[in-house]
Design a protein around this ligand. Structure first.
Ligand code: NAD
Length: 297
């Protein structure tokens, strides 16, 4: 099968790049329409502390996509020795800036900075990745109104739904329990009426559990860990992992080994990653509308 982007893909690929592109176009059209009503544009600010090359790539990609879709975007880069109070001061200023609608702090942060303190300092109204405890609480409570869901988990659900993959009643097994991916993706799958099992670093006999999965979401960051022994034939495999091995990007899943036994599978790159960015664009637009009251009819 030849995709719109010209890549040759097997038929069971969940093509995040393609779906993300469609979402960018939707956001772009909405913003063009908004442009006829108001000169104001949504603004996303992404904060990067340190010089991790992978984080630099992600941050630039986020900012560039925001501009491509017609938003304003700024990347604020700080050295690795930035203190927690310096970073808190930056966030306080951005919270008070009425021209900034979405604030994202690229994780992970250097170890001397407490992630919870930083994420909690972002105003919940500007928390574009939905990771503030208030927003995570709302997510857990199942609140649906004007809620920014965490970008990677929400992007995964959008991708599965785009391909009409049934979720209700399916056994979804999530590998990983981080606040940014594992926990919220399980909550979102539960909201879609899947039966959810979490596995993590202390889980015993994991393959016995994963082999029961109709949908397997892996977010461990362990390269190529998931081989055929972990998979029920016909399962849907979502690979969140981004790992660099010998200069090449690979996921948690040994794609070549399992792709023929999966009914659907995300590639790395080109699966979950682009969906994360597309959801970030949608979330920024949502926050802009909430804060300004400006929306396309
Ligand atoms: P994390 O390190 O915070 O969490 C990893 C999780 O994996 C932990 O909960 C841990 O318990 C679990 N784990 C570790 N070893 C395990 C094992 N042997 N079996 C089962 N579970 C195990 O990482 P994170 O921030 O959740 O990210 C996970 C991966 O997803 C990383 O590779 C990261 O780069 C990637 N990621 C990708 C995107 C994207 O947009 N594609 C977004 C965020 C994170």
């Amino acid at each position: 099968m030849l995709t719109k982007t010209g890549n040759l893909l097997a038929e069971n690929i969940l093509d995040g790049k393609l779906v993300a592109e469609e979402l960018h176009q939707t956001v772009s059209k909405t913003l063009q329409h908004i442009g006829t009503i108001s000169p104001q544009k949504p603004k996303l600010v992404v904060i990067l502390v340190g010089d991790d090359p992978a984080s630099q790539v992600y941050v630039n990609r986020k900012a560039q996509t925001a501009v491509k879709t017609g938003m304003l975007s700024e990347v604020l880069t700080y050295p690795v020795n930035t203190t927690q109070s310096q970073l808190l001061a930056v966030i306080e200023k951005l919270n008070a800036d009425s021209l900034v609608h979405g604030i994202l702090v690229q994780l992970p942060l250097p170890s001397h900075i407490q992630t919870e303190a930083i994420v909690s300092a972002i105003s919940p109204e500007k928390d574009v990745d939905g990771l503030h405890p208030f927003n995570l609480g709302r997510l857990l409570a199942g609140e649906k109104t004007a809620l920014c869901k965490p970008c990677t988990p929400a992007g995964i659900i959008t991708l599965l739904q785009h391909y009409n993959i049934p979720l209700a009643g399916q056994h979804a097994v999530v590998l990983g329990r981080s606040n940014i991916v594992g926990k919220p993706v399980g909550v979102l799958l539960l909201q879609e009426n899947a039966t959810v099992t979490y596995c993590h670093s202390k889980t015993r006999n994991m393959a016995q559990i994963t082999r029961q999965a109709d949908i397997l979401v892996s977010a461990t960051g362990i390269p190529l860990m998931i081989t055929t022994e972990f998979i029920k034939p016909g399962a849907v495999i979502v690979d969140v992992g981004i790992n660099r091995v010998n200069g090449k990007l690979v996921g948690d899943v040994d794609f070549n080994a399992v792709k023929d036994s999966a009914s659907w599978i995300t590639p790395v790159p080109g699966g979950v990653g682009p969906m994360t960015i597309a959801t970030l664009m949608l979330n920024t637009l949502t926050l802009f509308t909430q804060q300004t009251g400006i929306k396309a009819d």
